[in-house]
Design a protein around this ligand. Structure first.
Ligand code: FAD
Length: 385
């Protein structure tokens, strides 16, 4: 079926991104994979290309396109080529919406130029060693100074995407104890300068997949955060997370769909080229049936993500809608990718083949951005259960 969510402008953008990936990322990707990180300089290239400014308003030098679809195209094209842009996926994908919704005029003037050029890379730190799904249980604290000029941040975070390269991190911290009737009260978002004294990047975590994305532990010891770097209202951080997590979950659903689509493409190509018992693997009825079933799953996911993207751009994507799209796409994609890997035989298990990397990369999609179990809780709650 012809997709109706993208216009000619989007398709031009897609061609540009596809060519950029082919020339700038594919030739060096094996090196990034070995290093376990994309080089910092690459982010300046993305900045120069205008990738980071797509959704930043024109008065701050961006393109002012108020749409998630361009991010979706980047996600789709990276998956198609079997590569990623490393930890920079969270920079505008996740962090920009928080700034757009909550930053003051002064903060926008201060942060947008660096965000646009890639000079100031952003990450977001919610998860802690002791708590992930239950965000109201965070223990990182930010205590107001007596003179009201700053907060003093103490605690630690883990699994932070882009944490090694980040220049500013949106940190969720407790600024007041929870209320008896509202555990979510008392959390504040602080945009912490990673060069501050007492801010320390811990281990870069060694992951099963997403090897090119730098995922780090962060530690804070008496970090001074000026009040000018508080994002939004003090103690209201939890509600801001609730408003922004649907977009994060949509992004993960789109990523899973794109990975599954790429897996079918890789498997169709591989089975045409591979000869077994004197015949191409693609000629066996089992291969055709497997790929046909996978294609039908991809078509179903496409319908879900396209509808969710439209809803997002109309500001109508509810937390339950996003949870449903993420739950469905990540679950179906994992099965599709597994079946496509099977069709590769032993080569499917070798990292040199993109299907092996896709398999490992996709696994986390049912965990991060909220686990599948948490998605079910959100959907069930919305059903009145
Ligand atoms: C590669 C990667 C990148 C990430 N990037 C970021 C990032 O940039 N920023 C950030 O803040 N976080 C990030 N995360 C963290 C991620 O969002 C959390 O790992 C996720 O939310 C799950 O939290 P947890 O790991 O603490 O699991 P837990 O909360 O400990 O869950 C353990 C298990 O218990 C289940 N469970 C929990 N509660 C319930 C319940 N009520 N009922 C039934 N089952 C339940 C879960 O579904 C899961 O199966 C990242 C994680 C990974 C792996």
């Amino acid at each position: 079926m012809r997709r109706t969510v993208f216009t000619e402008e989007h398709e031009d953008f897609r061609s540009m991104i596809r060519a950029f990936i082919e020339s700038e990322v594919v030739p060096v990707y094996d090196k990034w994979f070995e290093d376990g990180i994309a080089p910092r300089d690459f982010y300046y290239k993305l900045g120069e290309l205008g990738i980071f400014g797509i959704e930043i308003p024109t008065e701050y030098g961006g393109a002012g396109l108020d749409s998630y679809k361009f991010q979706a195209i980047i996600t789709e094209e990276c998956a198609r080529a079997g590569v990623s842009f490393g930890g920079s996926s969270v920079h505008v994908g996740l962090c920009l919406p928080y700034l757009k919704a909550l930053a003051t005029e002064e903060q926008k003037q201060r942060w947008y130029p660096g965000m646009l050029s890639g000079e100031t890379m952003f990450a977001i730190a919610m998860t802690e060693p002791g708590t992930g799904s239950d965000l109201a249980g965070i223990r990182t604290t930010a205590k107001p100074s007596g003179d009201g000029t700053h907060y003093v941040l103490n605690g630690s975070k883990t699994f932070i995407t882009g944490g090694v390269h980040a220049d500013r991190v949106i940190v969720c911290a407790r600024t007041a104890p929870p209320r008896e009737d509202d555990r979510r009260f008392g959390i504040t978002l602080l945009v912490v300068d990673t060069k501050s004294a007492g801010y320390q990047v811990g281990r870069k975590l060694d992951k099963l997949g997403l090897r090119v994305s730098d995922t780090a532990e962060l530690n804070f010891t008496d970090v001074v955060v000026p009040v000018e770097d508080v994002l939004g209202e003090v103690n209201m951080g939890f509600s801001y997370l609730g408003q922004n997590l649907p977009r994060e979950r949509l992004g993960i659903a789109v990523g899973a769909y794109a990975q599954a689509k790429a897996a079918v493409r890789f498997a169709a190509q591989y089975t045409r080229d591979r000869t077994v018992f004197g015949k191409p693997v693609a000629s066996f009825q089992n291969t055709k049936f497997e790929l046909a079933a996978c294609q039908a799953d991809v078509d179903a996911m496409e319908a879900v993500v396209d509808r969710a993207m439209e809803a997002h751009d109309l500001d109508e994507l509810t937390p339950a809608d996003a949870a449903s799209a993420k739950l469905f796409c990540t679950d179906v994609a994992s099965r599709v990718i597994d079946r496509c890997l099977q069709l590769h035989g032993g080569y499917g298990y070798i990292n040199e083949y993109p299907i092996a990397r896709l398999y490992a990369d996709n696994r986390v999609s049912r965990i991060y951005g909220g686990t599948s179990e948490v998605m079910k809780m959100i959907i069930a709650k919305n059903m009145g259960l």
